[in-house]
Design a protein around this ligand. Structure first.
Ligand code: NAD
Length: 411
């Protein structure tokens, strides 16, 4: 079976060849620059010692300091972190942000740890990788099962060694140098890209029946913002299963009832569906916002949406991507669709380096501007070259990174 990293690398290799990138450069784009795999020991609440594995992969830094999220999940491994780091390289370049790509992860189940244990694990991991991160070296951010609180601990652990360094992590609490708008930014960007795609296709987001898989930071904000813009949310799910509401859910009421930490199987809204059933429901737009490979060869043929917008990273497997495309389903790739998060992180990093505060209005205006410009560049490439949207986005990102590699004399 193709691993997650092999899938991403297959796309990179395919598009690099399409762009006729010379072998010397292609070799440098194909491999991670640096990867660390560390032991993360903590004292558990009962006095025993627990030890986790932690990873930080820095994929390519030709265009700027490495940048990428930190994920806590029982299935996280080096292959997953390598794949996510590579995606960050192309995503930052697609948005023309001055960053390279990185990702971090720890193999742990945060639900099995107390808040004190989670904090200890975060501090232990940050200390273990502190030699290879920093405001001008590698900057962390939230991802699956990590949030502003975790970023505050990362920032504090790093700053206790290096001095006040808010710019070592983004997605922090506002009082620690976070920026208003960042929490919603990934979801806001997903909705902006969905709306831009529909407009380019001669349609509109208003009245579109939308299904969202994953109801965490990204999925919740996609639901809220898409509904505010006139979409009809007919299904949502989390790890416990989903709810199907044919006539469209009252999103503010749903968000009020399903607070973070509440599972959708526990609420009485619409009909319960499994995640497999959710993906096969009738809708116009499907937004996978949970984990990688949610749509694979076992369920791609069931997808009834005409448009899939990848809010999660790599939610469509390589093989499923081909099958959706054969079936005429348009897929908007992760490296553009969910790039609102890293774009918002770029604003936060900039604000930390300059110690100048942004208003939420400024943040949202700039965010939509960045997303719109990136969408237009991808769409033009798609039309010019007659390629699908994923290929077009990779062409933009890979060409920019390759040029930085050449200009720096790295190859
Ligand atoms: P999160 O931890 O806040 O939420 C994840 C959600 O997915 C939860 O609702 C969880 O119950 C659900 N889920 C987990 N396993 C599932 C399964 N097997 N089936 C269905 N649902 C499942 O994470 P998040 O920050 O919202 O990230 C979601 C995705 O978006 C990830 O792929 C992440 O890499 C990507 N992403 C996040 C950001 C960000 O700013 N947080 C930015 C870019 C991309």
């Amino acid at each position: 079976m193709t691993t997650f990293y092999e899938s991403v690398s297959t796309n990179v290799e395919r598009v690099a060849r399409l762009l006729d990138i010379e072998d010397d450069v292609r070799i440098l784009l194909a491999e991670p620059y640096r990867q660390v795999d560390v032991q993360v020991p903590i004292h558990a609440d009962d006095g025993s010692v627990l030890s986790f594995r932690g990873y930080r992969v820095q994929h390519n830094g030709a265009r700027g300091p490495f940048k990428g999220g930190l994920r806590y999940h029982p299935n996280t491994d080096l292959d997953e972190v390598q794949a996510l780091a590579s995606l960050m390289t192309w995503k930052c370049a697609m948005l023309d942000l001055p960053f390279g790509g990185a990702k971090g992860g720890m193999t742990l189940d945060p639900a099995a740890l107390s808040p004190r244990e989670l904090e200890a694990a975060t501090r232990s991991f940050t200390n273990a990788i502190s030699g290879v991160i920093g405001p001008n070296l590698d900057i962390l951010a939230p991802d699956v099962n990590t949030d502003a609180r975790v970023m505050g601990w990362v920032m504090d652990a790093y700053s206790s060694r290096a001095g006040w360094s808010p710019a070592v992590a983004t997605g922090k609490p506002i009082d620690l140098g976070g920026i208003p708008g960042r929490v919603e930014a990934t979801g806001r960007g997903v909705v902006a890209v969905a709306a831009a795609t529909l407009t380019a296709l001669g349609r509109s987001l208003v009245g579109q029946r939308v299904i969202i898989q994953g109801f965490g930071n990204v999925g919740r904000h996609v639901a809220q913002i898409a509904a505010e813009q006139g979409a009809v949310i007919v299904g949502v799910s989390d790890v416990s299963g989903g709810r199907h509401i044919r006539e469209g859910v009252d999103v503010p009421a749903l968000l009020a009832e399903v607070k973070p930490g509440t599972l959708l199987k526990e609420v009485e809204i619409g009909d319960f569906v499994t995640n497999a059933e959710l993906l096969a429901l009738d809708c116009d737009v499907l937004i996978p916002a949970a984990l990688e490979n949610a749509i694979d060869t076992t369920n791609a043929a069931d997808v009834r949406a005409q448009l899939v917008v990848e809010a999660a990273n790599h939610p469509v497997s390589l093989e499923a991507d081909a099958s959706l495309s054969e079936g005429g389903v348009i897929v908007v790739p992760d490296i553009l669709a969910n790039a609102g998060g890293v774009t918002g992180s770029y604003f936060e990093w900039t604000s930390n380096l300059t110690e100048f505060r942004w208003s939420e209005d400024q943040f949202n205006t700039q965010l939509l501007d960045f997303m719109d410009r990136a969408f237009q560049v991808m769409w033009e490439r798609h039309l010019e070259r007659g390629v699908d949207l994923r290929t077009a986005a990779y062409m933009v990102g890979i060409a920019r990174v390759a040029e930085a590699v050449r200009l720096r004399g790295l190859a």
